[in-house]
Design a protein around this ligand. Sequence first.
Ligand SMILES: [Fe+2]
Ligand SMILES: [Fe+2]
Length: 188
Amino acid sequence: MSTSDMTLTDARVLLHEWVSNPALRHHMESVAACMGSYAEIVQGADRAQWMLAGLLHDLDWERHPTQAEHPRVGVALLRERGVDESVLHAIMAHAPYTGTLRDTAMARHLFAVDELAGFIVACGKVRPDGVATLEPASVRKKLKNASFAAAVSRDDIATGVAELAVNEDAHFARCIAAIASMRDGLAV
Ligand SMILES: [Fe+2]
Ligand SMILES: [Fe+2]
């Protein structure tokens, strides 16, 4: 079978089983939202699969945060559940230390939206109306402030932009819009 039997609903059941931290759940949903948005404009992208990669990329992070285990433990479980290899490959490749190359569009996009989604959510938290009115220019400005959301890798965000060969503002705007379109904390 070339595609997974796992639906987004199945994925969310698994996510709730493995992840208790609401912020981490929200992070995975926000990455799924960005992946779903990009799947609409990338030729040949299967939107459900791209969203699965986003939704499940940090499945094992809470229980197995070490480089030896994350994301290998999650990927092994998802392989047993029949998740498509293209999704598993992208999940492996979002962690550069695995040595898995970002040699597919899905893998490049997952890497490019992962840290950025976290940063956009952080930007939204310090604004009265959240991400709804957030502008790319404001994201750019905050990126230069090293003490703001200091855990977010600026290098990874820049690498993602370079690998997608996209305009940075357009990339930021797409991810902002994707995250703003979430409903009840879920990617739609
Ligand atoms: Fe991760
Ligand atoms: Fe992540």
